[in-house]
Design a protein around this ligand. Structure first.
Ligand SMILES: [Fe+2]
Length: 138
């Protein structure tokens, strides 16, 4: 499975798109290290990924608050679940090490979640955001 940013994931909100690209880069880095079976290094890349996930989600949530976005609570809940999931992955790796089975499952789970979340939730947010911007011209 190839993990790669593609332009059809663009939402049209510049900062969100830039951060999504960075998120993909960090996910790619995580799997590059995980494939080497080095548990300590892999745990470090989970932190590297998780820090950015938190930073990115709070940027998106800031946009939602400014726009009075109606789907804020459920979108934020999806973010929270994903962050929890990343830390559960960290615990699993810390306890059982990096196994090829875990890496294969994560490749599907993390990337599918992210692609689906961008396509459905973030693109909807972007639609509302563009309306707000054009209505108030800020
Ligand atoms: Fe989001």
């Amino acid at each position: 499975m190839e993990i790669q940013w593609s332009s059809d994931l663009e939402t049209g909100i510049g900062i969100v798109d830039d951060q999504h690209r960075e998120l993909f880069d960090r996910i790619i880095e995580f799997f590059r290290v995980a494939d080497q079976n080095d548990t300590v290094l892999t745990l470090q890349t989970v932190d590297y990924l998780a820090e950015y996930v938190i930073e990115h989600f709070s940027a998106e949530e800031g946009i939602m608050i400014k726009d009075s976005y109606p789907g804020f609570a459920s979108h934020r809940d999806e973010h929270s679940k994903f962050i929890k999931n990343v830390y559960q992955i960290k615990r699993k790796i810390a306890v059982g090490g990096v196994t090829p089975e875990l890496v294969a499952t994560l490749k599907t789970d993390l990337v599918d979640w992210l692609v689906n979340h961008i396509n459905v939730r973030d693109k909807h947010l972007a639609t509302i955001h563009q309306k707000e911007v054009s209505r108030y011209r800020w």
